[in-house]
Design a binder for this molecule. Structure first.
Ligand SMILES: [Zn+2]
Length: 517
Protein backbone atom coordinates (compact mmCIF):
# COMPACT_ATOMS: atom_id res chain seq x y z
CA UNK A 1 0.00 0.00 0.00
CA UNK A 2 1.42 3.39 -0.99
CA UNK A 3 1.90 5.79 1.92
CA UNK A 4 -0.49 8.72 2.04
CA UNK A 5 0.70 12.30 1.73
CA UNK A 6 -0.19 12.76 5.43
CA UNK A 7 2.05 9.84 6.40
CA UNK A 8 4.92 11.15 4.29
CA UNK A 9 4.57 14.60 5.86
CA UNK A 10 4.59 13.04 9.33
CA UNK A 11 7.12 10.29 8.73
CA UNK A 12 9.74 11.60 6.36
CA UNK A 13 12.88 13.20 7.75
CA UNK A 14 13.06 15.50 4.77
CA UNK A 15 15.03 18.61 3.89
CA UNK A 16 13.09 21.05 6.08
CA UNK A 17 13.44 18.84 9.13
CA UNK A 18 16.99 17.67 8.51
CA UNK A 19 18.27 21.24 8.00
CA UNK A 20 17.97 21.93 11.74
CA UNK A 21 18.63 20.40 15.14
CA UNK A 22 16.18 20.98 17.99
CA UNK A 23 17.62 22.43 21.18
CA UNK A 24 14.78 23.58 23.42
CA UNK A 25 11.02 24.03 23.71
CA UNK A 26 9.15 26.21 26.14
CA UNK A 27 5.53 25.18 25.82
CA UNK A 28 3.34 27.66 27.66
CA UNK A 29 -0.37 26.81 27.49
CA UNK A 30 -3.60 27.79 29.16
CA UNK A 31 -6.14 25.00 29.49
CA UNK A 32 -9.74 26.10 30.01
CA UNK A 33 -12.00 23.18 31.01
CA UNK A 34 -15.17 25.31 30.81
CA UNK A 35 -14.58 26.40 27.22
CA UNK A 36 -12.73 23.17 26.32
CA UNK A 37 -10.04 25.36 24.85
CA UNK A 38 -6.27 25.48 24.90
CA UNK A 39 -4.20 28.47 23.85
CA UNK A 40 -0.63 29.55 24.17
CA UNK A 41 2.71 29.33 22.49
CA UNK A 42 5.70 27.12 22.00
CA UNK A 43 9.06 28.84 21.92
CA UNK A 44 11.25 26.66 19.74
CA UNK A 45 15.03 27.00 19.75
CA UNK A 46 17.03 25.18 17.09
CA UNK A 47 20.43 25.19 15.44
CA UNK A 48 20.71 25.26 11.66
CA UNK A 49 22.69 22.40 10.13
CA UNK A 50 22.39 23.85 6.60
CA UNK A 51 21.72 27.33 5.22
CA UNK A 52 18.01 27.51 4.41
CA UNK A 53 14.95 29.76 4.44
CA UNK A 54 12.33 27.26 5.52
CA UNK A 55 11.76 24.68 8.29
CA UNK A 56 8.98 22.16 8.84
CA UNK A 57 6.96 22.03 12.06
CA UNK A 58 3.68 20.25 12.69
CA UNK A 59 0.29 21.13 14.12
CA UNK A 60 -3.03 19.41 13.48
CA UNK A 61 -5.13 21.30 10.94
CA UNK A 62 -8.07 21.78 13.34
CA UNK A 63 -5.95 24.02 15.60
CA UNK A 64 -5.51 27.70 14.66
CA UNK A 65 -2.12 29.30 14.19
CA UNK A 66 -2.44 32.72 15.78
CA UNK A 67 1.05 33.93 14.89
CA UNK A 68 4.56 32.69 14.28
CA UNK A 69 7.26 35.21 15.17
CA UNK A 70 11.02 35.54 15.37
CA UNK A 71 11.67 38.43 17.74
CA UNK A 72 9.50 41.30 16.49
CA UNK A 73 9.16 39.92 12.99
CA UNK A 74 6.03 37.97 12.07
CA UNK A 75 6.90 35.00 9.89
CA UNK A 76 4.99 33.67 6.92
CA UNK A 77 4.02 30.02 6.82
CA UNK A 78 2.25 27.50 4.65
CA UNK A 79 0.09 24.67 6.00
CA UNK A 80 -0.34 21.31 4.32
CA UNK A 81 -2.46 18.81 6.28
CA UNK A 82 -0.65 18.48 9.63
CA UNK A 83 2.57 20.15 8.47
CA UNK A 84 3.45 23.81 8.93
CA UNK A 85 6.26 25.13 6.71
CA UNK A 86 7.70 28.25 8.32
CA UNK A 87 9.44 30.73 5.97
CA UNK A 88 12.17 33.17 6.93
CA UNK A 89 12.81 36.43 5.05
CA UNK A 90 16.59 35.88 5.11
CA UNK A 91 18.46 32.56 4.95
CA UNK A 92 19.18 31.05 8.35
CA UNK A 93 22.88 30.25 8.62
CA UNK A 94 24.55 26.92 9.34
CA UNK A 95 25.74 26.60 12.93
CA UNK A 96 23.67 29.50 14.24
CA UNK A 97 20.93 29.17 16.83
CA UNK A 98 17.48 30.68 16.28
CA UNK A 99 14.35 30.95 18.36
CA UNK A 100 10.76 31.35 17.20
CA UNK A 101 7.47 31.77 19.05
CA UNK A 102 4.59 29.71 17.70
CA UNK A 103 1.20 30.97 19.00
CA UNK A 104 -1.83 28.72 18.60
CA UNK A 105 -5.27 27.94 19.99
CA UNK A 106 -8.26 25.66 19.63
CA UNK A 107 -9.91 22.51 20.87
CA UNK A 108 -7.70 19.46 20.34
CA UNK A 109 -9.22 16.17 19.26
CA UNK A 110 -10.21 13.43 21.65
CA UNK A 111 -9.19 10.32 19.73
CA UNK A 112 -7.28 7.04 19.50
CA UNK A 113 -6.78 4.30 22.05
CA UNK A 114 -5.76 6.44 25.02
CA UNK A 115 -7.66 9.63 24.32
CA UNK A 116 -5.32 12.00 22.43
CA UNK A 117 -6.30 15.13 24.31
CA UNK A 118 -9.31 14.59 26.54
CA UNK A 119 -11.38 17.13 28.43
CA UNK A 120 -12.89 14.53 30.75
CA UNK A 121 -14.43 14.17 34.18
CA UNK A 122 -13.34 11.96 37.05
CA UNK A 123 -15.89 9.58 38.66
CA UNK A 124 -16.86 12.33 41.14
CA UNK A 125 -17.64 14.70 38.24
CA UNK A 126 -14.61 16.98 38.61
CA UNK A 127 -12.53 17.97 35.54
CA UNK A 128 -9.92 15.39 34.54
CA UNK A 129 -7.93 16.50 31.53
CA UNK A 130 -5.11 14.49 30.07
CA UNK A 131 -2.98 13.86 27.00
CA UNK A 132 -1.87 10.50 25.59
CA UNK A 133 -0.88 10.90 21.96
CA UNK A 134 1.69 8.23 21.06
CA UNK A 135 1.00 7.13 17.49
CA UNK A 136 -1.37 9.91 16.53
CA UNK A 137 1.34 12.43 17.42
CA UNK A 138 2.01 15.31 19.80
CA UNK A 139 1.07 17.85 17.11
CA UNK A 140 -2.49 16.77 17.93
CA UNK A 141 -2.34 19.33 20.76
CA UNK A 142 0.83 21.44 20.50
CA UNK A 143 3.10 22.74 17.72
CA UNK A 144 6.43 20.92 17.46
CA UNK A 145 8.73 19.09 15.07
CA UNK A 146 6.61 15.95 15.21
CA UNK A 147 8.96 13.10 14.30
CA UNK A 148 11.23 10.69 16.17
CA UNK A 149 14.68 11.53 14.83
CA UNK A 150 15.35 14.76 16.67
CA UNK A 151 14.66 15.68 20.29
CA UNK A 152 15.17 18.87 22.26
CA UNK A 153 17.96 18.76 24.83
CA UNK A 154 15.59 20.04 27.49
CA UNK A 155 12.20 21.63 27.81
CA UNK A 156 10.16 23.95 29.95
CA UNK A 157 6.45 23.38 30.38
CA UNK A 158 4.10 26.01 31.81
CA UNK A 159 0.48 25.00 32.26
CA UNK A 160 -2.17 27.48 33.39
CA UNK A 161 -5.31 25.89 34.83
CA UNK A 162 -8.17 26.84 37.17
CA UNK A 163 -6.92 27.47 40.71
CA UNK A 164 -8.53 24.43 42.31
CA UNK A 165 -6.88 21.87 39.98
CA UNK A 166 -3.41 20.30 39.90
CA UNK A 167 -1.24 19.76 36.81
CA UNK A 168 1.29 16.96 36.83
CA UNK A 169 3.67 17.00 33.88
CA UNK A 170 7.12 15.73 32.98
CA UNK A 171 10.28 16.91 34.66
CA UNK A 172 11.01 18.63 37.93
CA UNK A 173 8.32 20.78 39.52
CA UNK A 174 9.56 24.37 39.60
CA UNK A 175 6.65 25.99 41.42
CA UNK A 176 3.24 27.51 40.76
CA UNK A 177 2.04 31.05 40.42
CA UNK A 178 -1.45 32.45 41.00
CA UNK A 179 -2.18 34.55 37.90
CA UNK A 180 -4.91 36.52 39.67
CA UNK A 181 -7.62 35.69 37.13
CA UNK A 182 -8.81 32.42 38.59
CA UNK A 183 -5.94 30.51 36.95
CA UNK A 184 -2.65 29.21 38.37
CA UNK A 185 0.43 28.45 36.29
CA UNK A 186 2.31 25.24 37.04
CA UNK A 187 5.94 25.19 35.87
CA UNK A 188 7.92 22.06 35.07
CA UNK A 189 11.50 21.70 33.83
CA UNK A 190 12.56 18.66 31.79
CA UNK A 191 16.34 18.36 32.10
CA UNK A 192 16.87 15.59 29.54
CA UNK A 193 16.03 14.95 25.87
CA UNK A 194 12.37 13.96 25.52
CA UNK A 195 10.20 12.39 22.76
CA UNK A 196 7.36 14.70 21.71
CA UNK A 197 4.74 12.07 22.49
CA UNK A 198 6.03 11.80 26.05
CA UNK A 199 5.19 15.43 26.82
CA UNK A 200 2.08 15.21 28.91
CA UNK A 201 -0.52 17.11 30.90
CA UNK A 202 -2.46 15.47 33.71
CA UNK A 203 -4.90 17.95 35.17
CA UNK A 204 -7.25 16.94 37.94
CA UNK A 205 -8.04 17.03 41.62
CA UNK A 206 -4.89 15.06 42.43
CA UNK A 207 -3.57 14.24 45.88
CA UNK A 208 0.16 13.75 46.22
CA UNK A 209 2.51 11.62 48.31
CA UNK A 210 6.22 11.08 47.96
CA UNK A 211 9.09 8.79 48.76
CA UNK A 212 12.72 8.34 47.80
CA UNK A 213 14.85 5.54 46.41
CA UNK A 214 18.44 6.47 47.18
CA UNK A 215 18.72 9.88 45.56
CA UNK A 216 15.80 9.37 43.14
CA UNK A 217 12.72 11.38 44.21
CA UNK A 218 9.51 9.36 43.83
CA UNK A 219 6.24 11.28 43.54
CA UNK A 220 2.82 9.71 43.35
CA UNK A 221 -0.50 11.29 42.35
CA UNK A 222 -3.99 9.84 42.70
CA UNK A 223 -7.56 11.05 43.02
CA UNK A 224 -8.60 11.56 46.67
CA UNK A 225 -10.93 8.52 46.61
CA UNK A 226 -8.09 6.27 45.36
CA UNK A 227 -5.33 7.53 47.62
CA UNK A 228 -5.21 4.54 49.96
CA UNK A 229 -5.28 2.03 47.10
CA UNK A 230 -2.52 4.01 45.40
CA UNK A 231 -0.32 4.03 48.51
CA UNK A 232 -0.52 0.25 48.55
CA UNK A 233 -0.18 -0.51 44.84
CA UNK A 234 2.39 2.17 43.95
CA UNK A 235 4.78 0.66 46.52
CA UNK A 236 5.77 -1.68 43.67
CA UNK A 237 7.58 1.22 41.97
CA UNK A 238 10.58 0.86 44.29
CA UNK A 239 11.23 -2.81 43.52
CA UNK A 240 10.74 -2.07 39.83
CA UNK A 241 13.38 0.67 39.81
CA UNK A 242 15.73 -1.52 41.86
CA UNK A 243 15.35 -4.37 39.36
CA UNK A 244 16.00 -2.20 36.31
CA UNK A 245 18.88 -0.39 38.00
CA UNK A 246 20.39 -3.81 38.72
CA UNK A 247 20.43 -4.70 35.03
CA UNK A 248 20.97 -1.35 33.32
CA UNK A 249 22.37 1.13 35.81
CA UNK A 250 21.02 4.23 37.45
CA UNK A 251 17.48 5.47 36.78
CA UNK A 252 18.10 7.66 33.71
CA UNK A 253 16.05 10.73 34.72
CA UNK A 254 17.26 11.24 38.27
CA UNK A 255 17.25 15.06 38.21
CA UNK A 256 13.61 15.04 37.04
CA UNK A 257 12.58 12.28 39.45
CA UNK A 258 10.12 9.44 38.90
CA UNK A 259 6.37 10.06 39.03
CA UNK A 260 3.43 7.70 38.82
CA UNK A 261 0.12 9.40 38.08
CA UNK A 262 -3.38 7.97 38.10
CA UNK A 263 -5.09 8.24 34.67
CA UNK A 264 -8.40 6.91 33.30
CA UNK A 265 -6.75 4.80 30.54
CA UNK A 266 -4.49 1.78 31.12
CA UNK A 267 -1.17 3.64 31.10
CA UNK A 268 1.59 5.36 29.14
CA UNK A 269 5.33 5.82 29.46
CA UNK A 270 5.35 9.64 29.63
CA UNK A 271 8.95 10.39 30.58
CA UNK A 272 9.48 10.83 34.34
CA UNK A 273 5.67 11.08 34.63
CA UNK A 274 4.35 7.58 33.94
CA UNK A 275 0.56 7.40 33.82
CA UNK A 276 -1.32 4.55 35.42
CA UNK A 277 -4.86 3.21 35.04
CA UNK A 278 -4.53 -0.49 35.85
CA UNK A 279 -7.32 -0.61 38.49
CA UNK A 280 -4.81 -0.73 41.40
CA UNK A 281 -4.59 -4.49 40.88
CA UNK A 282 -1.93 -6.95 39.78
CA UNK A 283 -1.91 -8.45 36.28
CA UNK A 284 -3.01 -6.39 33.28
CA UNK A 285 -6.51 -4.95 33.72
CA UNK A 286 -7.02 -7.78 36.22
CA UNK A 287 -6.10 -10.49 33.70
CA UNK A 288 -3.20 -12.98 33.84
CA UNK A 289 -1.44 -11.29 30.94
CA UNK A 290 0.82 -14.11 29.73
CA UNK A 291 -1.47 -16.83 31.05
CA UNK A 292 1.12 -18.83 32.98
CA UNK A 293 0.35 -17.75 36.54
CA UNK A 294 3.16 -15.20 36.92
CA UNK A 295 1.54 -11.99 35.77
CA UNK A 296 -0.79 -11.90 38.86
CA UNK A 297 2.30 -11.46 41.05
CA UNK A 298 2.87 -7.87 39.89
CA UNK A 299 1.23 -4.79 38.42
CA UNK A 300 1.82 -5.04 34.68
CA UNK A 301 1.40 -1.32 34.00
CA UNK A 302 3.83 -0.18 36.69
CA UNK A 303 6.43 -2.66 35.47
CA UNK A 304 5.94 -2.21 31.71
CA UNK A 305 5.33 1.53 31.36
CA UNK A 306 8.14 2.35 33.79
CA UNK A 307 10.49 0.00 31.93
CA UNK A 308 10.17 2.47 29.06
CA UNK A 309 12.18 4.98 31.10
CA UNK A 310 15.16 2.85 30.04
CA UNK A 311 14.03 1.74 26.56
CA UNK A 312 11.73 4.16 24.77
CA UNK A 313 12.53 7.30 26.73
CA UNK A 314 16.29 7.12 27.44
CA UNK A 315 17.12 4.92 24.42
CA UNK A 316 14.71 5.97 21.68
CA UNK A 317 14.13 4.82 18.13
CA UNK A 318 14.85 7.43 15.45
CA UNK A 319 11.90 6.32 13.32
CA UNK A 320 8.61 4.69 14.28
CA UNK A 321 9.60 1.81 11.93
CA UNK A 322 12.08 0.64 14.60
CA UNK A 323 9.72 0.97 17.53
CA UNK A 324 10.66 -2.54 18.70
CA UNK A 325 13.55 -0.68 20.41
CA UNK A 326 10.83 0.71 22.70
CA UNK A 327 8.39 -2.17 22.90
CA UNK A 328 10.43 -5.32 22.31
CA UNK A 329 13.06 -4.22 24.81
CA UNK A 330 10.52 -3.08 27.39
CA UNK A 331 8.60 -6.35 27.09
CA UNK A 332 11.93 -8.10 27.64
CA UNK A 333 12.47 -5.84 30.69
CA UNK A 334 9.26 -7.31 32.16
CA UNK A 335 10.86 -10.75 31.77
CA UNK A 336 14.03 -9.52 33.50
CA UNK A 337 11.93 -8.04 36.30
CA UNK A 338 10.31 -11.45 36.82
CA UNK A 339 13.73 -13.12 36.82
CA UNK A 340 15.08 -10.56 39.33
CA UNK A 341 12.08 -11.01 41.65
CA UNK A 342 11.26 -14.72 41.36
CA UNK A 343 14.17 -16.40 39.61
CA UNK A 344 15.28 -17.55 36.20
CA UNK A 345 12.73 -20.33 35.81
CA UNK A 346 9.79 -17.99 36.33
CA UNK A 347 11.42 -15.47 34.01
CA UNK A 348 11.62 -18.05 31.25
CA UNK A 349 8.08 -19.23 31.87
CA UNK A 350 6.77 -15.65 31.70
CA UNK A 351 8.73 -14.99 28.49
CA UNK A 352 7.44 -18.10 26.76
CA UNK A 353 3.93 -17.22 27.89
CA UNK A 354 4.10 -14.55 25.19
CA UNK A 355 4.32 -17.10 22.33
CA UNK A 356 0.55 -17.44 21.71
CA UNK A 357 0.33 -13.67 21.17
CA UNK A 358 2.82 -13.66 18.26
CA UNK A 359 1.47 -13.75 14.70
CA UNK A 360 4.71 -14.08 12.66
CA UNK A 361 2.98 -12.66 9.59
CA UNK A 362 4.67 -9.31 9.07
CA UNK A 363 8.19 -8.12 9.87
CA UNK A 364 8.67 -6.37 13.21
CA UNK A 365 10.49 -3.50 11.47
CA UNK A 366 8.35 -1.55 8.98
CA UNK A 367 9.20 0.85 6.15
CA UNK A 368 11.23 3.83 7.27
CA UNK A 369 10.14 7.42 6.74
CA UNK A 370 6.41 6.91 6.17
CA UNK A 371 5.08 6.93 9.74
CA UNK A 372 4.44 3.17 9.57
CA UNK A 373 3.60 1.78 13.02
CA UNK A 374 4.88 -1.80 13.35
CA UNK A 375 2.59 -4.77 14.11
CA UNK A 376 2.05 -5.97 17.69
CA UNK A 377 4.77 -8.58 17.17
CA UNK A 378 7.23 -5.80 18.02
CA UNK A 379 6.33 -6.40 21.69
CA UNK A 380 6.14 -10.16 22.08
CA UNK A 381 8.39 -11.37 19.28
CA UNK A 382 10.80 -8.60 20.22
CA UNK A 383 11.09 -9.98 23.76
CA UNK A 384 11.30 -13.60 22.59
CA UNK A 385 14.01 -12.59 20.13
CA UNK A 386 16.09 -10.96 22.88
CA UNK A 387 15.68 -14.08 25.00
CA UNK A 388 16.88 -16.07 21.97
CA UNK A 389 19.89 -13.80 21.62
CA UNK A 390 20.76 -14.46 25.28
CA UNK A 391 20.89 -18.18 24.43
CA UNK A 392 23.10 -17.46 21.44
CA UNK A 393 25.54 -15.58 23.69
CA UNK A 394 25.27 -18.62 25.99
CA UNK A 395 26.88 -16.97 29.00
CA UNK A 396 24.62 -15.09 31.41
CA UNK A 397 27.38 -12.96 32.84
CA UNK A 398 28.40 -11.85 29.36
CA UNK A 399 24.77 -11.28 28.36
CA UNK A 400 23.95 -9.08 31.35
CA UNK A 401 27.12 -7.10 30.91
CA UNK A 402 26.30 -6.69 27.20
CA UNK A 403 22.75 -5.40 27.68
CA UNK A 404 23.95 -3.09 30.45
CA UNK A 405 26.52 -1.65 28.05
CA UNK A 406 23.96 -1.37 25.23
CA UNK A 407 21.81 0.80 27.47
CA UNK A 408 24.68 2.92 28.72
CA UNK A 409 26.09 3.38 25.23
CA UNK A 410 22.83 4.51 23.65
CA UNK A 411 21.07 6.34 26.50
CA UNK A 412 19.74 9.81 25.60
CA UNK A 413 20.13 8.93 21.90
CA UNK A 414 17.71 8.23 19.06
CA UNK A 415 18.96 5.26 17.10
CA UNK A 416 18.08 2.81 14.35
CA UNK A 417 18.37 -0.97 14.64
CA UNK A 418 21.51 -0.98 12.46
CA UNK A 419 23.38 0.98 15.13
CA UNK A 420 22.33 -1.44 17.83
CA UNK A 421 23.34 -4.45 15.71
CA UNK A 422 26.73 -2.89 14.94
CA UNK A 423 27.30 -2.39 18.67
CA UNK A 424 26.32 -6.00 19.47
CA UNK A 425 28.69 -7.23 16.77
CA UNK A 426 31.54 -5.07 17.97
CA UNK A 427 31.12 -6.03 21.65
CA UNK A 428 30.73 -9.77 21.03
CA UNK A 429 33.09 -10.16 18.09
CA UNK A 430 30.31 -12.19 16.46
CA UNK A 431 28.33 -11.50 13.31
CA UNK A 432 24.81 -11.33 14.73
CA UNK A 433 23.41 -9.37 11.77
CA UNK A 434 21.69 -12.36 10.08
CA UNK A 435 20.02 -13.28 13.40
CA UNK A 436 18.72 -9.74 14.01
CA UNK A 437 17.55 -9.56 10.39
CA UNK A 438 15.86 -12.95 10.43
CA UNK A 439 13.78 -12.09 13.51
CA UNK A 440 13.10 -8.42 12.84
CA UNK A 441 13.00 -8.02 9.07
CA UNK A 442 10.98 -11.10 8.07
CA UNK A 443 7.55 -12.28 9.17
CA UNK A 444 8.10 -16.03 9.49
CA UNK A 445 10.13 -17.79 12.19
CA UNK A 446 13.23 -19.76 11.26
CA UNK A 447 12.49 -23.48 11.02
CA UNK A 448 14.94 -26.11 12.25
CA UNK A 449 14.52 -29.05 9.87
CA UNK A 450 15.50 -32.44 11.25
CA UNK A 451 15.65 -35.67 9.20
CA UNK A 452 16.18 -38.83 11.21
CA UNK A 453 17.80 -42.03 10.08
CA UNK A 454 17.20 -44.17 13.14
CA UNK A 455 18.82 -47.26 11.61
CA UNK A 456 22.04 -45.33 11.02
CA UNK A 457 21.72 -43.47 14.36
CA UNK A 458 21.96 -40.07 12.69
CA UNK A 459 19.97 -36.88 12.27
CA UNK A 460 20.44 -34.41 9.46
CA UNK A 461 19.73 -30.77 10.27
CA UNK A 462 19.54 -27.39 8.58
CA UNK A 463 17.88 -24.00 8.92
CA UNK A 464 15.05 -23.02 6.65
CA UNK A 465 15.16 -19.25 7.01
CA UNK A 466 14.58 -16.09 4.99
CA UNK A 467 18.12 -14.82 5.64
CA UNK A 468 20.48 -16.96 3.51
CA UNK A 469 23.35 -16.39 6.00
CA UNK A 470 21.27 -17.36 9.06
CA UNK A 471 23.43 -19.82 11.02
CA UNK A 472 22.23 -19.48 14.62
CA UNK A 473 23.72 -22.08 16.98
CA UNK A 474 21.13 -24.08 18.92
CA UNK A 475 20.89 -26.61 21.74
CA UNK A 476 19.56 -30.02 20.70
CA UNK A 477 19.47 -33.67 21.76
CA UNK A 478 19.16 -34.66 25.40
CA UNK A 479 17.48 -31.91 27.43
CA UNK A 480 19.54 -32.74 30.52
CA UNK A 481 22.73 -32.56 28.55
CA UNK A 482 22.29 -30.27 25.56
CA UNK A 483 24.61 -30.40 22.62
CA UNK A 484 25.16 -27.19 20.63
CA UNK A 485 25.04 -27.49 16.86
CA UNK A 486 25.48 -24.74 14.32
CA UNK A 487 23.12 -25.37 11.44
CA UNK A 488 23.11 -23.28 8.29
CA UNK A 489 21.18 -23.48 5.01
CA UNK A 490 22.86 -26.76 3.97
CA UNK A 491 22.33 -30.22 5.44
CA UNK A 492 24.76 -31.40 8.11
CA UNK A 493 24.64 -34.70 9.97
CA UNK A 494 24.95 -35.51 13.63
CA UNK A 495 25.31 -38.91 15.28
CA UNK A 496 22.70 -39.49 17.97
CA UNK A 497 21.54 -42.46 20.00
CA UNK A 498 18.19 -40.69 20.44
CA UNK A 499 15.11 -41.68 18.48
CA UNK A 500 13.05 -39.05 16.68
CA UNK A 501 10.52 -38.72 19.52
CA UNK A 502 13.20 -38.39 22.20
CA UNK A 503 15.40 -35.92 20.35
CA UNK A 504 14.66 -32.52 21.93
CA UNK A 505 15.29 -28.94 20.87
CA UNK A 506 15.59 -26.10 23.42
CA UNK A 507 12.57 -24.18 22.16
CA UNK A 508 12.15 -22.35 25.48
CA UNK A 509 15.55 -20.79 24.99
CA UNK A 510 15.32 -20.12 21.25
CA UNK A 511 12.16 -18.90 19.57
CA UNK A 512 12.00 -21.15 16.50
CA UNK A 513 9.87 -23.72 14.77
CA UNK A 514 10.98 -27.35 14.56
CA UNK A 515 10.10 -29.68 11.73
CA UNK A 516 10.97 -33.32 12.39
CA UNK A 517 10.90 -35.82 9.53
ZN1 LIG B 1 5.09 -0.20 25.91
Amino acid sequence: MAPTRANILRGEYGRYRANNDLLFYHLDVRVDPEKKLISGKNTIRFKMLKDDTRIQLDLFANLAIDKIAMGDATLKYERELGAVFVDFPEPLRTGRTYSIDFYYSGTPTQTSRFGGFTFGKDPAGRPWIFTACEGIGASLWWPNKDQWHDEVENMQLSVSIPNDLVDVSNGKFQGKKDLGDGFTRWDWLIQYPINNYDVSLNIGKYEHFSDKLGSVPLDFYALPEDLEKARKQFAQAKGMIEAYQHYFGEYPFKKDGYKLIEAPYSGMEHQSAVTYGNHFANGYLERDWTGVGISPKFDFIIIHESGHEWFGNAVSAADVSDMWIHEGWTTYLECLYVEFMWGKEDGLKYTNGYKPKVKNQQPVITTRGVNATPPQDMYFKGALFLNTLRSVINNDEAWFSLIHDVFQHFKYQNIMTEEMVAYFNQKTGMNLTPIFDEYLRHGALPVLELKFDEAAGTVAYRWKADEPAFDMPIRVGDKDNWQIVKPNAGWQTLKTPLKKDDFAVATDLYYIEVNKQ
